[in-house]
Design a protein around this ligand. Structure first.
Ligand SMILES: C[S@@+](CC[C@H](N)C(=O)[O-])C[C@H]1O[C@@H](n2cnc3c(N)ncnc32)[C@H](O)[C@@H]1O
Length: 260
C-alpha cells in the first residue's frame, strides 16, 4: 500500500477533507439527477444483485445510496486507495486497496456488479461512469473564465497522463475483452433547467478544489499562496459570469457491459 504522501499526491484535489467529501457527495446528487435517478443502469436487474463492488469509492456515497435499494442480504464492498473519506458507520464494508495492484483470490469472480473495475463473474455487469471533460462547456451567456479554467483543467489532466474522455476507450476495451452488449450513453444536465444552479455550484467548487494544483503545475504561480490568490480572483469572476447567465454542463458518460 502507498504511503499517505503518495496517496495524496495521486489525488488531483487539494485535500481529502470535509470540504472535499461534501463536494464529492454534492457531485453524486447531480449525477443521480442527470441519470434520472438510476444508480444502476436500467438494463441491469437491481433485485438480482448478490454482491456489488464500488472501486475508487471515495466517501462511499454511491454504495450508501445503493444500500437503500438492494436486498438486505446483498454484499456491498467499497475499495479505495485511501480510507480518509470512508463513512464512519455503515452497513457496507470499506477497504483500502490500490486498484493497480491485484486483488486477493477470494475476490475473483465474487461480484455480479462492479462499479468501475474488472472483477466480474460470468453473467455479471461492469458499469463505468466518468466525465467528458472537454464537453463541460457553458450555454447561455459567455463565460471566458469557465473556458479558461476548463482548458487549464484539460492540460493539467493530460499532463498527469489522465484521459479527458476515457468512456470511448472503456467501451472499446469492453468490446475487445468480450463483454457483451456494451452500451455507452452520453448524459448531460441540459434537459433539466432546475439543475442550473447545482451545476454552477459543482463547477465552482470543483475548480476551487483542483485549480490551485493545476496553476502550480502550469508554472503560472511560483508558490501555493500565489496559486490560492490567483484562483480566488478567478473564482470571483467565474461566479459573476455564472450569475450573468452562463450555465455549465454536467457532461457525464456511462458505459455498461455484461460478461458473457
Ligand atoms: C473523484 S473520486 C470519486 C469517488 C466516488 N467514486 C464518487 O463518484 O463519489 C476518485 C476516487 O478514486 C480513488 N482512487 C484514485 N486512484 C486509486 C487507485 N489506484 N486505487 C483505488 N482508488 C483510487 C481516490 O482516492 C478517490 O477517492
Amino acid at each position: 500500500m502507498p504511503s499517505d504522501a503518495s496517496e495524496q499526491e495521486s489525488y488531483v484535489f487539494r485535500q481529502r477533507d470535509e470540504t472535499e467529501s461534501s463536494r464529492l457527495n454534492f457531485q453524486h446528487t447531480i449525477a443521480l439527477k442527470v441519470s434520472q435517478g438510476h444508480l444502476i443502469h436500467p438494463s441491469i436487474d437491481i433485485s438480482s444483485l448478490k454482491a456489488v463492488a464500488d472501486i475508487g469509492t471515495g466517501t462511499g456515497i454511491w454504495l450508501e445510496d445503493l444500500q437503500q435499494q438492494v436486498h438486505s442480504q446483498t454484499r456491498l464492498d467499497g475499495f479505495d486507495i485511501s480510507a480518509a473519506q470512508f463513512p464512519s458507520a455503515s452497513k457496507c464494508t470499506y477497504q483500502v486497496h490500490n486498484i493497480l495492484e491485484p486483488f486477493a483470490p477470494e475476490y475473483h469472480g465474487l461480484y455480479d456488479l462492479v462499479h468501475i473495475r474488472n472483477m466480474v463473474e460470468s453473467g455479471g455487469y461492469l458499469q463505468w461512469e466518468d466525465f467528458d471533460f472537454e464537453r463541460i462547456v457553458t450555454t447561455g451567456a459567455a463565460s471566458p473564465t469557465h473556458a479558461e479554467l476548463i482548458s487549464l483543467t484539460c492540460s493539467f489532466f493530460t499532463g498527469l497522463g489522465m484521459s479527458l474522455n476515457c468512456s470511448i476507450r472503456v467501451e472499446e476495451t469492453m468490446k475487445q475483452a468480450g463483454l457483451a452488449d456494451a452500451i455507452r450513453e452520453q448524459r448531460n444536465s441540459y434537459w433539466d433547467k432546475s439543475l442550473d444552479s447545482d451545476t454552477k455550484n459543482w463547477c465552482w467548487q470543483s475548480f476551487g478544489g483542483f485549480i490551485p494544483k493545476a496553476v502550480l503545475w502550469s508554472g503560472k504561480a511560483k508558490d501555493e499562496e500565489t496559486a490560492e490568490r490567483m484562483i480566488n480572483e478567478k473564482l470571483q469572476v467565474l461566479g459573476k459570469e455564472y450569475q450573468s447567465g452562463a450555465v455549465p454542463n454536467f457532461a457525464q458518460r456511462v458505459i455498461v457491459g455484461r460478461k458473457a
